[in-house]
Design a protein around this ligand. Structure first.
Ligand code: FAD
Ligand code: NAD
Length: 493
């Protein structure tokens, strides 16, 4: 971007996307596929002049966290469970050891492969990647400030805002990315902390807590709320709390952090003060992760004169089709209302692109799947039993334990259960909650079934391969109708 452009007609595109996370890059690729001349502006990496594509998800979110979850799971399996399969790895000094630097380097390679993959997809689809910080000047004008501070302007018929989110901070535990870190810092530890504290028992707290617990940290999670995972079905949440406890995560509910102190010398690098039902408590850690939620990146995204509406929580205001009130301006992903999930943002990106091309695409916000990638995984979609009851809708549930699945037992992976929630009057599937091995993939079958408005009977009459983990879903559907085969039924329906 060159300042010399001032006075000249700005370069023009059909669509400019600001932000190259999953919402932005998917929107850009789909726009280009549909024949729009498309540019995507990304600020990360702009110091080098080459944009670092992929956003939070690819660089410091979904992908690196799953790489570490997978590495630490393999380590844990090797240490704890391989012997039960008759596999011996022992040596004179005892169990296996972890090379944190090698684990991090593998994670970085995976990230590099995927971010370069996005750059390749941009090239093959003809998306122009632009390095710099973008902001909206007017519905059809975008300012770009590049890594050298040079300012330029671009014109567009349509602008898609996709600047994502960043970690929230709390005053009692200021992040220094050394001793007190956010999720980004927690993906880059150079050694396994002996005592790891985490503030927040949400998705990040549980996933990253699992990583480091499996590698040997003593993990304590301080959660302000009295309820564990309040959005989740209560039975599944109780089961999750029990399993995580067995895995060594010490989850303290109703614990409100009031202060912290760091000391680079001495035995207690981070001291934390918190209040719980027993009064004021102290805890000492080697590292502390703050994982208390994320907030959208909307500050400075538009010139005040552009008239972009931002709500009190910082989300850009949009309708159900992600249109802002400004003509031709859309916003997608973590920047707007709804769950902060990569797949939700990607679907919004596709929807906006297709609607620009005159299609009638919609996002079904009722069917956003949620997954916590602990082991076992926790996954859910649709309504819980409690929600339906509150809405006055009569429902039945069908549950099935992984312990009764031949395949789960064969794999030595039989913790957890599936719970299917079904509207009593119509037999229509209203929701599903799973805690168990491969819950994310098992749940997807239910998401598809619900998208097609399937009944429990439809699932019950479907043939499932044997022996496959999927059978737990089949049996849950049979159980909802009172005739599961591989467990005792409480009452036939
Ligand atoms: P982002 O991915 O945040 O991307 C926004 C991009 O815009 C960034 O690259 C940013 O640099 C750029 N940008 C910002 N402002 C400007 C500007 N003014 N000009 C130019 N560029 C700008 N979600 C899941 O669904 N599954 C998971 O397993 C999962 N795991 C996660 C693990 C962690 C540790 C974290 C932190 C998040 C995780 N998430 C997960 C959430 C997921 O990462 C986000 O929901 C997703 O990345 C949001 O996509 P987005 O495109 O809206 O925004
Ligand atoms: P979260 O909202 O999932 O959990 C934050 C937790 O911190 C909550 O339980 C909250 O009650 C607690 N909390 C808030 N303030 C606190 C305080 N002062 N003291 C103690 N506890 C406090 O947020 P997150 O875990 O930071 O994750 C952020 C976002 O990233 C989520 O919206 C999530 O959707 C997304 N994410 C998704 C995945 C996934 O899909 N697997 C993984 C990681 C992150």
């Amino acid at each position: 971007m060159s300042g010399k452009q001032a006075g000249k007609q700005p370069k023009s595109f059909d669509v400019i996307v600001i932000g190259s996370g999953p919402a932005g890059y998917v929107a850009a690729i789909r726009c280009a596929q549909l024949g729009f001349s498309t540019a995507c502006i990304e600020q990360s990496g702009s110091a080098s002049g080459k944009p670092l594509l992929g956003g939070t998800c690819l660089n410091v979110g979904c992908i690196p966290s799953k790489a570490l979850l997978d590495s630490s799971h393999k380590f844990h399996e090797l240490r704890e469970h391989f012997a039960s399969h008759g596999i011996r790895h022992g040596n004179a000094s005892g169990g296996p050891s972890i090379d944190v630097a090698a684990m991090m380097s593998r994670k970085d390679q995976v990230v590099g492969q995927l971010t370069q993959g996005v750059a390749g997809l941009f090239r093959s689809n003809g998306v122009t990647a632009i390095s710099g910080k973008g902001s909206l000047l007017a519905p059809d004008r975008v300012r770009v400030v590049d890594g050298a501070g040079e300012t330029g302007e671009l014109a567009a018929k349509h602008v898609i805002l996709a600047t994502g989110s960043e970690p929230m901070t709390i005053a009692p535990a200021p992040v220094d990315q050394q001793l007190i870190v956010d999720s980004t810092g927690a993906l880059q530890f150079d050694a396994v902390p002996k005592r790891l504290g985490i503030i927040g028992a949400g998705v990040i707290g549980l996933e990253l807590g699992s990583v480091w617990a499996r590698l040997g940290s003593e993990v304590t999670i301080l959660e302000a709320l009295d309820d564990f995972l309040p959005a989740l079905d209560r039975q599944i949440a109780r089961e999750a709390l029990k399993i995580m406890g067995r895995q060594g995560l010490d989850i303290k509910l109703g614990a409100k952090v009031t202060a912290s102190k760091c000391s680079k010398r001495g035995k207690n690098p981070v001291s934390v003060t918190f209040e719980d039902s027993a009064g004021t408590q102290q805890a000492a850690f080697d590292r502390l992760i703050v994982a208390v939620g994320r907030r959208s990146v909307s500050k400075g995204l538009a010139d005040p004169g552009a008239g972009l509406a931002i709500d009190s929580r910082g989300f850009v205001e949009v309708d159900e089709f992600c249109a802002t009130k400004l003509p031709g301006v859309y916003a997608v992903g973590d920047l707007v209302r709804g769950p902060m999930l990569a797949h939700k943002g990607m679907e919004e990106g596709v929807m906006v692109a297709e609607r620009l091309a005159g299609k009638k695409t919609q996002v079904n916000y009722e069917l956003v799947p949620f997954v916590i990638y602990t082991h076992p995984e926790i996954a859910w979609v649709g309504k819980t039993e409690e929600q339906l009851r509150q809405e006055g809708v009569e429902c039945v549930t069908g549950s099935f334990p992984f312990a009764a699945s031949g395949r789960a037992l064969a794999a030595h992976d039989s913790e957890g259960l599936v719970k299917l929630v079904v509207e009593k009057a119509t037999d229509r599937i209203a929701g599903c909650q799973i805690i168990g091995a491969s819950a994310a993939d098992l749940l997807q079958q239910i998401v598809i079934a619900m998208e097609f408005a399937a009944s429990a009977e439809d699932l019950a009459l479907t043939m499932f391969s044997h022996p496959a983990l999927s059978e737990v879903v089949h049996e849950a559907a049979l159980a909802a109708r009172g005739h599961a085969i591989h467990k005792a039924n409480r009452k036939p329906r």
